[in-house]
Design a protein around this ligand. Structure first.
Ligand code: ACO
Length: 329
């Protein structure tokens, strides 16, 4: 068995900044309500001329540059997204074309906020077995095009933002490597965080058409919160146990940026200080599949992570799905 490691990262966020006060002009909400419940001060909303594949492409180009490889070395593309440009095919095939790559395997993963770790895990398996050498893994969203931007949708609308992050994984010949990944799901919570349409469910279609209100995400915030604060620490502890590590061996936890209050609850349960938990939610909001690679790319950019550090990525989201990845840098 080989090992895999992350050799470069990049990210891209839309230019269009939306503050909490901007939101309060289009819906009944306030800066105070949003900050106290989520820690979010502003987020980026992609304008109509920017699609998920555009952000994914920019993030991928930055990751290729950062990793100092030739793009022709990439032999697989995996994109985590729930807001692909088209219902099908996925963003991965668009990247293959736009990056001018060979006819390599390319596919999308629809595991919502856990999609980046799911994708890293898949890339790791391909590299470990020798089936792939260099895999481009992307998390990208322009999901705010789908949200209800009015008081009716305010519980969801204030939390989400757009962006993309990309990582290149390659075979490792050193101690630096992905140490483990753990993936989970529990479909009984499907309707606690979901978007019903477009879809093929017989429940969605009445007399040959779908109710337009089903084309926006719906969330049971309390149910999400309750499950997230249990599953995050659980899957982080699973990563620690699998590698015979103690929480004190970990330099940083890089959680999916769901909500600052969720990150605080994770820190409390793990008995660690918040300075060990990477957070950028105040400026980007919750960017679903993109949040972990953006947070990790920014942490690397500011030299927070050094060679030999052990970090744990952790996610929880729609499905419900949750996952972790332990990485020695
Ligand atoms: N602005 C102002 N008021 C609002 C807003 C808003 N944007 N959204 C909802 N409200 C109102 C509700 O209508 C409700 O009003 P009512 O009492 O008159 O019925 C009231 O605020 C509810 O307030 P709270 O009881 O304080 O709400 P709660 O403490 O449940 O907080 C929240 C809501 C923030 C959604 C919370 O449940 C939460 O943090 N859940 C986790 C959700 C999350 O982080 N999702 C991220 C996406 S999922 C993921 O990435 C894992």
């Amino acid at each position: 068995m080989y090992k895999s490691k992350i050799i470069g990262m990049g990210y891209s966020v839309p230019e269009n900044i939306i503050s909490n006060n901007d939101l309060s002009k289009i819906m009944d909400t306030s800066d105070d309500w949003i900050q106290s419940r989520s820690g979010i001060k502003e987020r980026r909303w992609a304008t109509n001329d920017v699609s998920t594949s555009d952000l994914a492409l920019e993030a991928s180009r930055a990751a290729i540059k950062n990793s100092k490889i030739n793009s022709s070395d990439i032999d697989m593309i995996i994109v985590g997204t729930l807001s692909s440009d088209y219902f099908f095919p996925g963003v991965s095939a668009q990247l293959q074309e736009k990056l001018n790559l060979k006819t390599i395997g390319a596919f999308d993963i629809k595991a919502a906020c856990s999609a980046f770790i799911y994708s890293v895990s898949i890339a790791d398996q391909f590299i470990k077995t020798g089936a792939a050498n260099t895999v481009l893994v992307v998390g990208a969203e322009t999901q705010t095009k789908l949200i209800e931007k009015s008081t009716k949708g305010r519980d969801v609308a204030v939390l989400f933002g757009d962006g993309a992050g990309a990582a290149l994984l390659s075979r490792s010949n050193s101690e630096s490597s992905i140490l483990s990944t753990h993936l989970h799901s529990d479909g009984k919570h499907l309707k606690s965080l979901w978007m019903e349409a477009p879809g093929t469910s017989k429940d969605s279609w009445v007399n040959g058409s779908i109710d337009l209100s089903k084309f926006t995400p719906k969330m049971n915030g309390r149910e999400v919160f309750r499950n997230a604060v249990t599953r995050f620490p659980e899957v982080i502890n699973e990563a620690l146990d699998a590698n015979d590590l103690d929480i004190n061996d970990i330099k940083f936890i890089v959680p999916h940026q769901a909500n600052y209050r969720i990150s605080e609850a994770i820190a409390k349960k793990l008995n660690i200080k918040m300075d060990k938990v990477i957070s950028n939610i105040h400026k980007y909001g919750n960017t679903t599949a993109a949040s972990i690679p953006i947070a990790l790319a920014e942490a690397l950019e500011s030299n927070k992570i050094s060679k030999g550090d052990i970090i744990i990525l952790a996610a929880f989201g729609a499905g419900f799905t949750w996952a972790s990845a332990a990485i020695r840098w």
